[in-house]
Every structure is written in structure tokens, then in C-alpha cells.
Ligand binder design. Structure first.
Ligand code: G16
Length: 544
């Protein structure tokens, strides 16, 4: 029964958002991503799909227009499921089918999806939309809205938002405000209240401890941090750089640049031992760093963030005498030293999933407290309903020091964005922990020493010729590639390397670590050459 969807109108509007012929796109690591000029039809169709998903789940669905860490010329779109999570895998397939359908097939694909997913088309549909600051984002989000309205859905356009804020809005709306108020003000209030409560007992309160320099990647983070600043003015003072007035988004700055180049962003003034951090283009990742007194640059990535948070949470649990089960989830990019430290020193179980927060998030849901971070700084902590209730109860029942610890846990639950990794929320958690423990950035950094590592990108004709297994740590195809990598790895001490096709950029990623920077660089280079030769490299062959 398709009474509630005017398929002729859909077809007519679809023609106004024509698909470039021959273009095939995949719903990748974080939705569709490519050059912005190729995305108009995808946006319109994702508007249609969000309506179907909303009808099927009888819930509000989110659509975020962003390409996060990608260059400014790119754009992208992803759907957000009812509890603020990434879209379910079966619907990723529907999204890919719909995005790639030829014009005359759009109606049929819509009907197919409705049938396969048992969508009740008479249901109401409600979709919320957010977008980042890319020049192309506003027009593309209008195409999403066109798709929503022509298929009979209702919507609320939040306009400029960080990606995690949109995840938060969806979660709030589908829990009838239980998770929080579905407005930016509600988000600021929830987080800042938790932050202020948490840091009341902070040991460190000198000016130096409170100052944090933030590189906003010339993106949305700058706007939102400016709005939010007033809410936590007593607890933390932040100075913003790369706020988007002159520089290009993610260009020579931002979390992805700092992590992959292992150097500071341009446009930030750093004094020795000053605490600095970088957001990425849509503020869902955060990386910390500093210069030591000898002028050496130190990077504190997602692995070390996970370690700081895990040790703090473990201490609080010990204090209240509760043995909730904790798990840490990482990917193949996690530095070997971090995994060893978490397992051997901290005695917490560590799990490895494929790249993409959707995989880590899913695994983290198996624990009372699931801590997940990708090395690139994308992550958060999830608390199960049981854990949350237990902690709330203990915060009422316990006394003195134990009560204080339970209260801290209660606030930390509120401070984490449990719908998605969130640079703003993670920054506040980290700042709170450092202040409460009286830790300097150097002391945090000294928890363990990273194994030297290098990441490279290789251009190939078709990156899908590379397939992987074992959470992306082994290549299955093309033939001979894994054997080549194994032989190269044997040449270096404490070494490890893997390759995988990126799900957000048209490249193959290479990762290598070894006992020295020289070895890591050389291994990464040799593996790049093997990829270039065996997986159809294009252009110039990788240079050392
Ligand atoms: C996205 C995903 C991350 C992933 C990153 C790189 O980040 O959300 O989980 O690590 O892409 O993915 P790939 O190596 O497949 O290109 P973001 O910040 O760009 O949304």
C-alpha cells in the first residue's frame, strides 16, 4: 500500500537531482563521500531513504551532511539511526542500491527496499538534518530536504552542527528528552553542568592548568566552541585557532593532519609544555599534543586518550568497590605499546575491530563500560543501562569518599556523548580528568612510549582489489600481497604492518610500526611499493 508516497512526484523531483551517468558510490566507513559536485542525487535519495527508515523504525532519523576529515572540496552524507548510532548494516546496503540506481529504476528500488524491510508506508516520518561548514553543504542539505518533503516526510533542519551534536539530537528525540534536550542549548547545558560538577574538586586550579589551545581545523568546532565557552567559563579557559576566517577546512591543520603527519598544525602558537589539541572538520575527533622544553613534538593520540580514561574509570570503580566489567575496543591502527600497556599493566581486556566507529561502538555495547577509541582520536565511552542504574543508586547510598567517587562516575556518564565519538565532549572529559588527578600533559604522555609508526596513502586504479581479514590486519587479495608484507615485516624489529582500502577516500592506507622511526618509515615505504606493484598503483610510484 503506497498511498502515502506520491511516487510520480518522487520521480519528477528525482530527475531534478540527476545521477551523473556511470557514477557508482558505496556507503563506506562513514556514509557516502566524494567530490561535492557529484553528490546532489545522493543527497536527494538519502532524503527519501531517511523517510523510509523513519517509517520503518517509527522514530526520528538523522541525516548529516559532512565529509569530516576530507578536503574542503569533498562532501558526504550519513544517516543516523534512532539511538543516535550509525545506520544499521542492512540499510547501508539499501543506501548503496538507491544511490546507484539509474533514474528509471529509482521507483522500483524504493519499492524493493520498502518490501524487503517491511516498511509501513502509512506511518509518519520525521527526519532531522545537520551540516558542516563546507561551502557545498548548504545546497546539498537542501537536496536532502527535497527528498524528505517529496516523499511525505516532516523535518527539522538544525543547520550548522557538529556531527556528534546531530547524533545527540536524534538520541534525545527518540528517548522523549530522557537523554537530554534536543537543542544546541540543551547539549551545552548537559555537558557543561556535568563538567562543572565534576571539576569542583579539582586539585589543579592555576591559570596554567586551565589553559587549553584548540585547533578547530577551520571547521564547525570553532563556531560551536564559541557558543559553548560561556557555559563552562569558570572551569576551563580555551583559546581557539584555525577558526575558519582565513584558512581552508582541514588544510594543514586539524586532527587528521596532526595525527598522520605527526607534526603540529599551522596557525597555532605553541609554547613549550602548553597543552594543545586539534579537532577535525566536523568535530568528532580529537588529538592532543605539546612541545617539550627541548623543542620535541609529542603526539597524544586516541590510544593514549583511551588509556587515561580507562585508568580513571578503573580507579573510581575500585573506590566504590564495584566490579563492573570494562572492555577497551581498538582497531589495527592502535599502537602496539598501547595494547600492551592496557593488557599487561592495567589488566583490562582489549578487543580489535575493523576501522569505523560503527564497528567499535557495536563491540563496546557488550560491556558494562565499553571504552572505544580509534588511534585517530575518534571515540567515546558507553555505559550499559545496568551500569548507569547501579552507579546512580550507589551515588545515593554510599557515604564519604565512596559517595564522591560514585557522584563523579554519575557526572562522567553525562559528560560523555554516548551516541557518538565527540571532540567537545571528549575534550571536557580529558580536561576534567587531568585537573582532578593533577596531571600535566607530560605526565599523561609518560604512561607509555609509543612504538614509532608511519601511515602512508597509495593511489591505485581500484582500491576494492584489496580485501582483508582478521580485523583488517591481513590482506586476502590481491594474491601475493600478504606474503610480500610478511617478508618485509621480518626485516625489522618489533615490527608490524598492514594495508586496507580507505572507506572515505579513494586511496589505500598503509600502516607500519617498528623499533625506530627510521625502520617504521622504511617499512611503510616498502609496503607501499608492494601495494603499488601488486594492487594496480597509478601515477608516480611511492617515493621514500
Ligand atoms: C571516518 C570514520 C572513522 C574512520 C575514518 C577513516 O572518520 O568515522 O571511524 O577511522 O573515517 O576511515 P578510512 O580509513 O576508512 O578512510 P571521519 O572523522 O572522517 O568521519
Amino acid at each position: 500500500n503506497f498511498v502515502d508516497m506520491d511516487l510520480d512526484a518522487v520521480t519528477k523531483h528525482s530527475a531534478l537531482h540527476a545521477k551523473p551517468s556511470g557514477l557508482i558510490l558505496q556507503y563506506g566507513t562513514a556514509g557516502f563521500r566524494t567530490k561535492a559536485e557529484h553528490l546532489d542525487h545522493v543527497m536527494f535519495r538519502m532524503g527519501l531513504l531517511a523517510v523510509l527508515r523513519s517509517k520503518q523504525t517509527k522514530s526520528t532519523i538523522g541525516v548529516m551532511v559532512t565529509a569530516s576529515h576530507n578536503p574542503e572540496e569533498d562532501n558526504g552524507v550519513k544517516l543516523v539511526d534512532p539511538l543516535g548510532e550509525m545506520l544499521a548494516p542492512s540499510w547501508e546496503e539499501h543506501a548503496t542500491c538507491l544511490a546507484n540506481a539509474e533514474e528509471q529504476d529509482v521507483q522500483r528500488v524504493l519499492l524493493d527496499i520498502s518490501e524487503k524491510a517491511a516498511v509501513d508506508l502509512q506511518q509518519d516520518a520525521f527526519v532531522v538534518i545537520g551540516r558542516d561548514t563546507r561551502p557545498s553543504s548548504e545546497k546539498l542539505s537542501q537536496s536532502v530536504i527535497d527528498g524528505i518533503t517529496v516523499s511525505g516526510g516532516q523535518f527539522h533542519d538544525y543547520g550548522l552542527l557538529t556531527t556528534p551534536q546531530l547524533h545527540y539530537m536524534v538520541y534525545c528525540r527518540n528517548t522523549q528528552g530522557q537523554y537530554g534536550k534536543a537543542t544546541t542549548e540543551g547539549y551545552y547545558q548537559k555537558l557543561s553542568k556535568a563538567f562543572v560538577e565534576l571539576t569542583k574538586q579539582a586539585f589543579c586550579s592555576g591559570d596554567e592548568c586551565l589553559l587549553l589551545k584548540v585547533d578547530c581545523a577551520n571547521g564547525i568546532g570553532a563556531l560551536k566552541l564559541r557558543e559553548m565557552k560561556n557555559y563552562f567559563s569558570q572551569g576551563l579557559s580555551i583559546q581557539l585557532f584555525n577558526v575558519g576566517t582565513t584558512g581552508k577546512l582541514n588544510h594543514l591543520c586539524g586532527a587528521d593532519f596532526v595525527k598522520s603527519h605527526q607534526k603540529p598544525p599551522q596557525g597555532i602558537e605553541m609554547k613549550p609544555n602548553e597543552r594543545c589539541c586539534s579537532f577535525d572538520g566536523d568535530a568528532d575527533r580529537i588529538i592532543y599534543y605539546y612541545y617539550d622544553a627541548d623543542g620535541h613534538f609529542h603526539l597524544i593520540d586516541g590510544d593514549k586518550i583511551a588509556t587515561l580514561i580507562s585508568s580513571f574509570l578503573k580507579e573510581l570503580l575500585l573506590e566504590i568497590g564495584e566490579s563492573l566489567n570494562i572492555g577497551v575496543v581498538q582497531t589495527a591502527y592502535a599502537n602496539g605499546s598501547s595494547t600492551r600497556y592496557l593488557e599487561d599493566v592495567m589488566k583490562v581486556p582489549v578487543y580489535c575491530t575493523k576501522t569505523g566507529v560503527k564497528h567499535l561502538h557495536h563491540k563496546a555495547q557488550e560491556f558494562d563500560i565499553g571504552i572505544y577509541f580509534e588511534a585517530n582520536g575518534h571515540g567515546t565511552v558507553l555505559f550499559s543501562k545496568t551500569a548507569e542504574m547501579k552507579i546512580k543508586q550507589l551515588a545515593e547510598e554510599l557515604e564519604d569518599k565512596k559517595r564522591k567517587a560514585a557522584k563523579m562516575l554519575e557526572n562522567i556518564i553525562d559528560l560523555f556523548n554516548q551516541a557518538a565519538g565527540d571532540a567537545i565532549s571528549d575534550m571536557l572529559v580529558i580536561e576534567a580528568i587531568l585537573a582532578l588527578k593533577g596531571l600535566t600533559i607530560q605526565q599523561w604522555d609518560a604512561l607509555y612510549t609509543d612504538l614509532p609508526n608511519r601511515q602512508l596513502k597509495v593511489k591505485v586504479a581500484d582500491r576494492q582489489v584489496i580485501s582483508t581479514t582478521d580485523a583488517e590486519r591481513k590482506a586476502v587479495t590481491p594474491p601475493g600481497l600478504q606474503e610480500a608484507i610478511d617478508d618485509l615485516v621480518k626485516k625489522y624489529k618489533l615490527s608490524r604492518a598492514f594495508v586496507r582500502p580507505s572507506g572515505t577516500e579513494d586511496i589505500v592506507r598503509v600502516y607500519a610500526e617498528a623499533d625506530s622511526q627510521e625502520s617504521a618509515d622504511s617499512l611503510a615505504h616498502e609496503v607501499s611499493l608492494a601495494v603499488f606493484q601488486l594492487a594496480g598503483g597509478v601515477g608516480e610510484s611511492p617515493q621514500p
